[in-house]
Ligand binder design. Structure first.
Ligand code: SAM
Length: 211
């Protein structure tokens, strides 16, 4: 996602109560932060936050953490979160830092929505479903975990199917055209709205292990 630098971004992160500063300090203490033992679902690359915000509104008994590595983008996500949502937090960080942010087993589900496809062959290691990333997610999950993945990009979807299989994840609810499937309760992301309004099919899968 390309976004113009926002001069107000740093100040927004500083003063917005949904943004966690020094998130590493919460490793092992997220339940304390949220003030309950509810499950924690994480979205990596949450962009402007529409998906995770709507989820937080719809599911008050789940805690949601959106991780986004672009300062200006996570600042937009925070700024758009006007309402009090005690079950939603944003972290300005990178997928690579997941195990620095969470203790093993501290979150139960990971969402990867419209992750950057890195289309050039030589860049495959940057894709968030590359097997080394999958292994780092396993490390964070511990005994069991699940990833819900959506994309408009057929090549990324094919790549991801192969990566999940190579790393022995169990796949289910695979859809090659989510919006024309019988899947219920889909919550759309900003990218999903854009691509589906252009008539592009949305690919989706659920990947699990240990459950
Ligand atoms: N998920 C949003 C949506 O569907 O509308 C945004 C999709 S956008 C194509 C991908 C987002 O993932 C960008 O905002 C990008 O900065 C973020 N991203 C890419 N790699 C990341 C990483 N390693 N860690 C955290 N965020 C990442």
């Amino acid at each position: 996602m390309r976004i113009r630098k926002k001069p107000w971004a740093e100040a927004e992160l500083e003063q917005n109560s949904h943004v966690i500063k020094n998130a590493q300090e919460l490793k092992g203490k997220w339940a304390e932060y949220f003030g309950n033992d509810n499950p924690i679902y994480v979205e990596i690359g949450c962009g402007k936050g529409g998906f995770i915000r709507q989820n937080a509104e719809a599911f008050p008994h789940i805690n949601f953490v959106g991780i986004e590595r672009q300062l200006s983008v996570v600042a937009v996500a925070a700024r758009r979160t006007k309402e009090e949502l005690p079950n939603l937090a944003f972290v300005w960080s990178d997928a690579k830092k997941l195990t620095e942010l969470f203790a093993t087993g501290e979150f139960q589900r990971l969402y990867l929505n419209f992750s950057d496809p890195w289309p050039k062959k030589r860049m495959y290691k940057r894709r968030l479903t590359y097997r080394e990333y999958l292994q780092s997610y396993r490390e964070a999950f511990g005994e069991k975990g699940e990833i819900f993945f959506k994309t408009d990009n057929r090549n990324l979807f094919e790549f991801s199917l192969n990566e999940f299989c190579a790393d022995n994840w169990k796949l289910s609810n695979i859809s090659l055209d989510l919006h024309n499937s019988d899947f219920e309760g889909n919550i759309m992301t900003e990218y999903e709205e854009k691509f589906s309004s252009q008539g592009m099919p949305i690919y989706r899968l659920e990947a699990r292990y240990g459950m």
